[in-house]
Write a protein that binds this ligand. Structure first.
Ligand code: ADP
Ligand code: MG
Length: 393
């Protein structure tokens, strides 16, 4: 039996308050930060995320019927539904992730059982560190475990089911990266994911560096419509390029040289969107090579170039994200910094030489707050473990 930490114990106390008795298990799934490879996932490309030491967890015990009763601590609200009558619920939004995951797991062929549990998370919500995927994956592992089928699906299948739930049941158009890294992350490792084949490769996170994440706390209100518009622009780029490159099915298949050669087929805006995606895929592979060679300066340079490309070509940065990145880069120990996640708000991530984390943090509080008149949050996290379920004694 593994010892449980303070947070799990606290959630178990909540469980005792809202249900009679004790939970039998805890399912834990982390949030994530993407080192590089932004807006590449839905273009069948490459991403390089790490799992964070922040997570959503659910303590639970199985039921013998098909009823699911979950209490969410941060929302002080209930999801209470029957697995045989799943329907979108506008009043309790978070419950749709739970219902969606249940629906998608059954679609994937697993017969589920009910459970009762308490959900609680410390992944900042709506900040681009993917609290939604952490919620989905923790719920998926809890549902599978309660059904006595913890090994019915592979990690990849669980991630796909959770993405399907978010796309179809919740109605959010996301790629596969977040669910994938939350499920399959590993301590000390980044994960190179091929978002077409879903092949993945562990890439050791360098000993000499840390991640510092700055949360702009700025509104992401533009993010949804812009995200859908960018996706449409990428599709338009592919459709036009197919007239001369019939074998391509996504921007993943296009090289920088091909894009330059055929740029005349594209409107200036669509060309710039495509140039970001094609260049970003190449930067992910260059980052993996630089990490393998221990060349952290090069990794930092690639992260900086990624930010410039997201700002100028893909146009998904914001004053707040640019101010955050400037603040991070003002410290000499910062090797590179970029916006992370979909953009328009949320977080930026810096790769920082060990020992300089504090200085970067101080610079963020000092400079960002002055530039934007917003008090930010700053997190540091090692590359952490992916999702797991453990018994509670
Ligand atoms: P992000 O994934 O970037 O954090 P999203 O808007 O995609 O932002 O997901 C945030 C939503 O996920 C929240 O509004 C809530 O519905 C759900 N969620 C996240 N964390 C929790 C939690 N601890 N408890 C219940 N629901 C949560
Ligand atoms: Mg999300």
């Amino acid at each position: 039996m593994q010892p449980h930490d303070k947070r799990t114990e606290e959630i178990c106390s909540e469980f005792a308050k809202v249900f009679d008795g004790k939970p039998t298990h805890v399912a834990i799934a982390p949030g994530r930060v993407n080192l590089i490879g932004e807006h590449t996932d839905y273009n069948d490309g490459f991403v390089l995320p790490v799992a964070l030491d922040k997570d959503v967890r659910v303590v639970f015990r199985p039921r013998t019927d098909r009823r699911v009763r979950l209490y969410a601590v941060e929302f002080d609200s209930w999801a209470d539904f029957d697995l045989d009558s799943l329907a979108f619920n506008n009043d309790v939004f978070w419950a749709n992730y739970t219902m969606g995951v249940a629906w998608a797991l059954e679609e994937a062929g697993v017969r589920l059982a009910g459970l009762e549990g308490v959900v609680s998370g410390n992944v900042p919500r709506g900040s681009g560190l993917s609290s939604s995927a952490a919620l989905e994956i923790s719920n998926a592992l809890a549902l599978l475990s309660a059904a006595g089928a913890p090994d019915a699906l592979t990690g990849t299948e669980i991630a796909k089911a959770a993405q399907h739930a978010e796309n179809v049941f919740v109605g959010v158009n996301c790629g596969i990266m977040d669910q994938f890294i939350s499920t399959l992350g590993e301590e000390g490792q980044a994960l190179l994911i091929d978002c077409r084949s879903l092949d993945y490769q562990r890439v050791p996170f360098p000993d000499g560096a840390s991640l510092v994440i700055g949360n702009t706390k700025a509104s992401r209100s533009l993010a949804n419509s812009a995200y859908n518009e960018r996706r449409a622009q990428c599709e338009e780029g592919v459709a036009r390029l197919q007239s001369v490159l019939p074998a391509i099915t996504a921007l993943r298949d296009v090289t920088s040289a091909q894009l330059e050669e055929h740029s005349g087929l594209l409107s200036p805006v669509v060309y710039r969107r495509c140039r970001h995606v094609v260049g970003e895929n190449e930067r992910v592979m260059a980052t993996v090579a630089a990490l393998a060679a221990g060349d952290l300066d090069e990794v930092g340079r690639l992260m900086n170039t990624s930010h410039e490309s997201l700002r100028d070509d893909y146009a998904v940065s914001s004053d707040a994200l640019d101010a955050m990145v400037d603040a991070m880069r003002s410290v000499p120990g910062c090797l590179g910094a970029r916006l992370t996640g979909a953009g328009f708000g949320g977080c930026a991530v810096a790769l920082v030489s060990k020992g300089h984390e504090r200085a970067v943090r101080d610079a963020i509080f000092e400079r960002y707050s002055k530039a934007m008149n917003i008090w930010p949050d700053v997190y540091t996290s090692p590359a952490s473990a992916g999702a797991r379920v453990m018994p509670i004694d």
